[in-house]
Design a protein around this ligand. Structure first.
Ligand SMILES: [Zn+2]
Length: 271
């Protein structure tokens, strides 16, 4: 079983245990894993992304992953919910921010300055930046793209795109003029809302750069069983651990949450 102690200062999580990441017979609530902190659970989040890439048939609902993402989300969500996503923002702006994984921020050129902020609608927020949200909406739990079949019974109207909750979202071409204050909060809210998506991107790039997804490797793994692929994916995670990649990623993750906390103080300071 898991040998983590309650204080879990480390990532060292009984590396020899083959059952990690696989469904565990004993409910996790009765193991030490239930008391693990975000740092200790971060490894399992990484494992989820690696499994998804190398072993797509893996048990992506396994309790350990659920626990890991819940804990990490808690660290992030509280910040997104109350501090950065403003209730005065227009609904379509908030929907686009939450649904589209890419953001483009530019300074507004001179001629257009003097307009109000299109996120909050206040004239007292003179627009000095533009924000554009891009990328296909996806399901946060699986990272799979939202397809047209996911929307409600009505067939999707031409050109309309939906988020994972079936709500129509603005097109990728929509450019919002924003005041600096809302621009800063929207940028932070976007980073935090899409952390899973971007962490997955990073890990996929890493696996590709390290040669884990070369044509030869793919052909070789094609013949393997799901079980064998799953074991191999866990070994890749152990390699990442030894190379210090997971610790480094966690520091980046924390740095992002910390930046958000500092921004929050700024927000308070303005009031
Ligand atoms: Zn504004």
């Amino acid at each position: 079983m898991f040998q983590e102690d309650e204080n879990d200062e480390d990532f060292i999580v009984s590396d020899e245990d083959d059952t990690l990441g696989a469904p565990v017979d004993m409910p996790l609530a009765f193991t030490n894993v239930a008391t693990m902190k975000a740092k200790g659970l971060f490894k399992y989040a990484v494992q989820w992304f690696v499994q998804r890439k190398i072993n797509p048939a893996f048990d992506h609902d396994a309790e350990i992953y659920d626990l890991a993402f819940k804990k990490l989300d808690d660290q992030v969500k509280g910040l997104v919910g109350s501090k950065f996503t403003s209730s005065v923002w227009r609904q379509d702006f908030t929907y686009a921010l939450q649904a589209r994984p890419e953001i483009i921020v530019n300074e507004l050129s001179g001629g257009f300055k003097g307009l109000g902020c299109e996120a909050c609608g206040r004239q007292s927020h003179p627009a000095t930046f533009t924000i554009q949200f891009q990328g296909t909406p996806y399901h946060i739990e699986t990272l799979d793209e939202v397809s047209e079949e996911d929307s409600d019974d009505e067939p999707a109207r031409r050109g309309e795109q939906y988020d994972s909750k079936g709500r129509v979202i603005p097109s990728e071409d929509r450019i919002y003029n924003l005041g600096v204050f809302c621009k800063n909060n929207a940028t932070t809210a976007h980073t935090l809302a899409h952390w899973r998506y971007h962490l997955n991107d990073w890990i996929v790039d890493y696996l590709e750069n390290q040669g884990y997804c070369s044509a030869e490797k793919l052909v070789e793994r094609e013949r393997w069983s799901t079980k064998k692929r799953g074991k191999y994916a866990n070994e890749v995670v152990e390699e990442m651990m030894k190379a210090g990649e997971i610790e480094r990623l966690y520091r980046d993750f924390q740095a992002e949450t910390d930046t958000a906390r500092e921004a929050k103080q700024l927000w308070r300071g303005r009031k």
